[in-house]
Ligand binder design. Structure first.
Ligand code: NAD
Length: 291
């Protein structure tokens, strides 16, 4: 049996279209246009591309999109003052500080300075706590995208064995919380896990968020499992360009799984769409509407 390829392009497009429709409805009913401000410090080329992409999709969805560009040598106080202004600005519903920040800046302190109700990246410890306690908050965009993909494949999560490989605050931990909230039996695996292949073979749902190209082999996958590959690994090509490879050996996994996300064309495309969804949610909640 060949697995279904879970197509991130189609799912992300559908989500962006739904957000755009709801943005227009919110503007018509309440006269409020959701606004996202991205703060970019320095001129890291990859960050520039990400920020441009976020700005374009935000504007395409009918939302207000602003980017504040600060020089690489910006000090902590200046950045915190910028965030303070955005926290106080009622036209700004979502604030995203593009990471990584230059070395002189303290990322955790910067994230903690963002109003948790504008933290559409879901990285503030208050939002991590809300997620852990099942309270409304903001979930980081990539894990949210993974869950939307899983919900398209699985009708009833209750009692399923889920294994999440990777325990970062950005990806692994929030995905595990979301799966737990769906009544899965969740195992978190990481670099110190003993016999990782055997742990992975238990999984009805296997999420790989490690950053090691093709770590997960076909014979680590339980036949019929749904596999979500979050990994983005750059494989250099002789012509100086690079190819993206996931954490799962796709050609092997596709022969064993029931459904699997490709890299590229999978989870990566969901992240920005979920950022738009979170920004819309922030604007709705400010109006006292349900998120
Ligand atoms: P991270 O480096 O913060 O965390 C990696 C985790 O993998 C750690 O918890 C570590 O314990 C675990 N790990 C490392 N080596 C391991 C091994 N040999 N076996 C088992 N576990 C191991 O990375 P992250 O920020 O969580 O990102 C993970 C991957 O997801 C990266 O490839 C990253 O580029 C990608 N990513 C993709 C998106 C997206 O939009 N698709 C977003 C964020 C991250």
């Amino acid at each position: 049996m060949t697995a279904k390829r879970i197509d991130g392009k189609i799912i992300a497009e559908a989500l962006r279209a739904r957000v755009a429709k709801e943005v227009a409805e919110l503007a018509a009913a309440h006269g409020v246009v959701p606004g996202l401000t991205v703060v970019l410090v320095g001129d890291d080329p990859a960050s520039q591309v990400y920020v441009r992409n976020k700005g374009k999709h935000t504007a395409d969805a009918g939302m207000r999109s602003d980017t504040i560009r600060l020089p690489a040598e910006t000090d902590q106080q200046t950045l915190l003052a910028t965030i303070g202004r955005l926290n106080a600005d009622p036209g700004v519903h979502g604030i995203l500080v593009q990471l990584p920040l230059p070395a002189q800046l303290d990322s955790l302190a910067v994230i903690q300075a963002i109003d948790p109700d504008k933290d559409v990246d879901g990285l503030h410890p208050v939002n991590a706590g809300r997620l852990a306690q099942g309270l409304p908050g903001f979930v980081p965009c990539t894990p949210l995208g993974c869950m939307i993909m899983l919900e398209g494949e699985i009708a009833d999560f209750s009692g399923l064995e889920a294994v999440v490989v990777g325990r970062s605050n950005l990806v692994g931990k929030p995905i595990a919380q979301l799966l737990l909230a769906k009544n899965c039996t969740v195992t978190m695996a990481h670099s110190r896990t003993r016999d990782l292949p055997a742990v992975c073979r238990r999984a009805d749902i296997l999420v790989a968020a490690v950053g090691k190209a093709e770590l997960v082999r076909g014979d680590w996958i339980k036949p019929g499992a749904v596999v979500i590959d979050v990994g983005i690994n750059r494989f250099p090509l002789p012509d100086g360009k690079s190819r993206l490879i996931g954490d799962v050996a796709y050609a092997e996994g596709v022969e064993v799984a029931r459904a699997i996300t490709p890299v590229p064309g999978g989870v990566g495309l969901m992240t920005v769409a979920c950022l738009l969804a979170n920004t819309l949610t922030a604007a709705r909640r400010r109006l006292g509407l349900s998120g």
